[in-house]
Design a protein around this ligand. Structure first.
Ligand code: BGC
Length: 289
């Protein structure tokens, strides 16, 4: 599928910079790791956690300058930040990243499993490599990082002055953990996997006061889906899928992640928070059935 060039005038007029909002220091004294944090949703989540007072490891796979820029932005809010390269689907690299974090920051209180990618293809043409890469990063990557985080949460236990739980995992999933997606079977399968992995982890570690939840974004304006919002025609077509009639911004996922990582959501575990402008409300049924 060829992608039309983004319409820059349209983008400027329709997607203004969001107005700044007051931020509460809900995560003061906590140490967070965000995977895939050099762009898109991961970047916004890392910056939001930093502004809420957490020291943040900015994980990236391939763009050191972008990751350093995110770390610099976090430092402006007075929090510490450290960019660490690791492919989340590689066990040795994940272990090395957590070891470095524990050495530099002492512990990990919050893991945001964000790293994810799409390799779209018609199902009959999908290669094993396209299938495998998406499952490896989007699902196995969340497994590998969650396992390392939970080992540290268990070792440390609850430190009351930091948080009333021993640790929090926020899985960034997708509306496609529940909405089937033709042409993206590998992606939907990976996110469906995240949904039940998250709930099963939550059930297993709840007695240890460890919480695990998902944020499932709908269409959020990031590089992963530029083709869906960067021309008037594409955007008009996208809006037919969104009852709230606008695309979401990455900062909105950042705010949801801060809440799920904070003690304000202490009794919430195993939950999926859809942040999607109503995309999961079967918009095709809005005029009858
Ligand atoms: C996908 C985007 C898509 C959105 C809504 C996300 O998980 O990564 O490409 O626009 O779901 O369909």
């Amino acid at each position: 599928m060829s992608t039309p060039a983004p319409d820059l005038d349209f983008i400027k007029k329709n997607f203004p910079e969001p107005a700044p909002r007051p931020v509460l220091p809900l995560l003061k004294g906590q140490k967070a790791l965000v995977t895939g944090a050099s762009s898109g949703i991961g970047k916004a989540v890392a910056i939001a956690l930093g502004r809420a007072g957490a020291d943040v490891v900015v994980n990236y796979a391939s763009a050191p300058e972008s990751a350093e820029a995110v770390a610099a932005e976090i430092r402006k809010s007075g929090s510490q930040a450290l960019a660490i390269k690791a492919d989340v689907s590689n066990e040795a690299e994940v272990k090395a990243m957590f070891a470095e974090m524990l050495q530099k920051f002492g512990t990990v209180d919050i893991l945001v499993n964000n790293a994810g990618l799409q390799k779209d293809a018609a199902f009959h043409e999908m290669t094993l490599a396209q299938w495998q890469r998406v499952i490896d990063v989007n699902l196995t990557g969340q497994f590998l990082c969650s396992r390392e985080a939970i080992c540290e949460f268990k070792r440390r236990g609850v430190v009351q002055k930091v948080s009333c739980s021993a640790g929090k995992i926020v899985c960034i999933s997708s509306v496609h953990d529940i909405i089937p997606w033709a042409g993206h079977v590998n992606y939907a399968a990976s996110k469906g996997g995240v949904a039940l992995m998250m709930k099963s982890i939550a059930q297993e570690v709840a007695p240890l006061r460890i919480r695990c939840n998902s944020v499932s974004p709908g269409a959020i304006r990031t590089p992963i889906n530029t083709a869906a919002w960067s021309t008037p025609e594409a955007y008009a077509s996208l809006l037919t899928l969104i009852p709230y009639r606008r695309i979401g911004e990455a900062e909105e996922i950042g705010r949801a992640a801060v809440w799920l990582a904070s003690d304000d959501s202490d009794y919430v575990t195993g939950a999926t928070l859809y942040v999607d402008g109503g995309m999961t409300l079967y918009p095709g049924f809005d005029t009858g059935g």
